[in-house]
Ligand binder design. Structure first.
Ligand SMILES: *Cc1c(COP(=O)(O)O)cnc(C)c1O
Length: 396
């Protein structure tokens, strides 16, 4: 297998082993240069002319095409913008409009809360008696019936890394006559995704996790190409209009995926993302995934051998796991603070999950062994008991 490690492409602080790329990817060195140049030469010099001269206006579709290549979607089927919460709302609203006679949305208790919150808010706003049914991840298939309009799932669970069977669940949803929406927040850039093969109607995801687009990087939305002309945009922003600069008083959706744009795109963030995505020009998702699995197996066996107090919360079978490994530990918050103080950065999710992300682009076997060593010391010697690790910060 060709090596996928690209450490030289990333800025990582001295003495840090970064196991949190599932929350916020590190800074690709080229992004710092590209954004500095962009600000000077485009924003600084071009001013308003940049929308045409630097094609800022075409960026959401252009970057969307790059993301499409990473999630098994055809060119012209993905567009960038807004945040993932907004894209969830747009996808679900369009899905419900496709099934006007059905009133139930299915999701699961492993979903990220914002997806559920956005769904609740949308259903309430519609005011037509829709119901959100949140079931256990193993019970999703059973929950699908003739009343179900849409099934909305995140492929990889943000806490445990448990991975849904995308192809099988899409088939089951469609057999029940429902529209399938996948959230790829913890999939894009972590593992191969084949949206075309899955046949799913909609997909959404963010780009600041495994795609290293930086804090606040724009989200993406995919609409299956044969439905693009049918999908009703709930958020009728001017940049999703067929002719924004005609300034018509009436809304008319743009043809195709561009209708899922809303307002002015975040050009600085999108420039950072566009540059960050270049790393994928020289590595394949299959190779990255294979190496991530090898690193995770090494990590699990190391931690289990050295720290009997930590209980694996992730599926043991790598095929049923995304690119993260979680352990339960009652004092997980303090333990994670103690690890971070020693340069091993993961994160904590309530009530007791210590979460570690694996990204072979900038992690190798030596890093994993070094991290296991620090974890063994913190747990074995109960270093987490120190006073300074007990109080919780706003962001965990
Ligand atoms: C990270 C994540 C989000 C975050 O949504 P934002 O609107 O970008 O803050 C949403 N959903 C899932 C499943 C996530 O993992």
């Amino acid at each position: 297998m060709p090596t996928v490690t690209r450490k030289e492409m990333f800025h990582l602080p001295e003495g840090v082993i970064y196991l949190d790329g599932n929350s916020l990817g590190p800074l690709p060195r080229a992004v710092a240069q590209r954004t500095a140049t962009m600000m000077r030469e485009e924003w600084g010099e071009m001013l308003i002319r940049g929308w045409n001269a630097a094609d800022w206006m075409g960026q959401p579709a252009r970057v969307g095409d790059r993301v499409a290549g990473l999630i098994g979607a055809p060119q012209g089927s993905v567009v960038m913008g807004d945040t993932l919460s907004i894209k969830v709302y747009q996808a679900l609203a369009a899905a419900l409009a496709m099934r006007p006679d059905r009133r139930v949305v299915i999701s699961d208790s492993g979903n990220f809360p914002t997806d559920l919150y956005m769904a609740e808010g949308l259903l309430r706003t519609l005011g037509r008696g829709h119901e959100l049914r949140v079931v256990a991840p193993e019970e999703v298939t059973e929950a699908m019936g003739p009343e179900v309009a849409a099934v909305m799932l995140t492929e990889v669970d943000y806490r445990t890394g448990r991975r849904h069977d995308m192809a099988a669940l899409t088939r089951a949803a469609q057999d029940a006559g429902a529209v399938m929406i996948w959230d790829l927040a913890h999939s894009a850039g972590a593992l191969p995704v084949d949206l075309t093969a899955s046949g799913a109607e909609f997909a959404v995801g963010c780009t600041y996790k495994y795609l290293n687009g930086g804090p606040g990087a724009p989200a993406f939305i995919y609409v299956r190409p044969d439905l693009a002309e049918e999908a009703q945009p709930a958020l009728q922003g001017w940049l999703g209009h067929d002719a924004p600069f005609a300034f018509d008083l009436d809304y008319r959706p743009a043809p195709g995926i561009e209708r899922m744009r809303v307002g002015t795109p975040p050009v600085l963030q999108m420039t950072a993302l566009e540059e960050a995505l270049r790393v994928w020009d020289s590595v394949s998702m299959e190779d990255v995934r294979a190496e991530a699995v090898a690193l995770m197996e090494r990590f699990i066996s190391g931690v289990e051998a050295r720290c009997p107090g930590l209980e694996l919360a992730s599926p043991r079978d790598p095929a049923q796991r995304g690119s993260q490994v979680s352990f339960r530990f009652p004092e997980g918050y303090a333990a994670m603070q103690a690890l971070i103080a020693r340069g091993v950065i993961g994160d904590f999710r309530a009530p007791d999950i210590m979460r570690f992300g694996f990204t072979p682009l900038y992690l190798d076997a030596g890093d994993i062994d070094a991290a296991v060593e620090v974890i063994a010391e913190v747990i074995g010697e109960e270093l987490w008991r120190a006073e300074e690790y007990q109080s919780r910060a706003r962001v965990t």
